[in-house]
Design a protein around this ligand. Structure first.
Ligand code: HEM
Length: 194
């Protein structure tokens, strides 16, 4: 058992197999266009959980704990854990954004333009989409370039590293703040009123 669960890829594969069993077992007789549009929404939420889960890891765990980590242990985080977390973080952000726009486009003949202009009936998801877009832009254009310098993944002097670490932290905190209204809007469109 430890051999199976100790292997990340195998565990993921088992999760995927169970997903397929759930899909076939529960919905094999309704796999039409409507179903696959719903499935796209599931993929969007999965990518979103990966992204925001890592955003919360940075804000709830890594950033507040780093000052307490002894200096000789800090490189373990900055050279190994943070770059790996940032890899999944930025690509999950992009996947969430693309899948979210696809979800909007695939339904009712496509409503992303109406949502993004905050048209009547699409206001809640429109606000959520704008917040998500700002957050994804923050990841790719502020957090990632600054983290690359801060973590020493690209050449930078000590002063620039320190400045970049502060900028990345502030952008990450901004996304933590925006994530609450963003998630509220994502869920609210269908379940709390458009
Ligand atoms: C990055 C930009 C994002 C865009 C453009 C976007 C777009 C969308 C769209 C169009 C919907 C469908 C709403 C409807 O059914 O009318 C949706 C739903 C949803 N999104 Fe996002 N989204 C984004 C980010 C996120 C993130 C980061 C999460 C985090 C988990 C997330 C979680 C959800 C959830 C939970 C739903 C509701 C699913 C349901 O109740 O059926 N979204 N999103």
């Amino acid at each position: 058992m430890a051999k199976i669960l100790g292997n990340f890829h195998l565990a993921l594969l088992i999760g995927l197999a169970l997903l397929v069993i759930a899909m076939v077992g529960l919905h094999s007789d309704v796999m039409d266009g409507f179903y696959w549009a719903g499935f796209l929404r599931f993929l969007h939420v999965f990518a979103g959980v990966l992204w925001i889960g890592l955003l919360y890891y940075f804000n709830f765990v890594q950033i507040p704990t780093m000052p307490k980590v002894p200096a000789e242990l800090k490189p373990g985080v900055s050279r190994y854990i943070a770059p790996a977390a940032l890899f999944w973080f930025r690509w999950a952000a992009l996947a969430t954004l693309i899948l979210g726009l696809l979800v909007a486009e695939i339904q009712e003949g496509g409503y992303s333009a109406r949502a993004l202009t905050l048209a009547e009936g699409y206001r809640t998801i429109g606000v959520g989409m704008w917040l998500g877009i700002v957050m994804a832009a923050n990841v790719w254009f502020v957090i990632w370039p600054n983290q690359k310098r801060a973590l020493g993944l690209v050449e930078a002097d000590d002063a620039s590293k320190a400045r970049s670490a502060t900028t990345a932290m502030m952008a990450s905190r901004t996304n933590l703040i925006l994530s609450l209204p963003m998630l509220y809007c994502m869920v609210g469109q269908i379940h709390m009123g458009a």
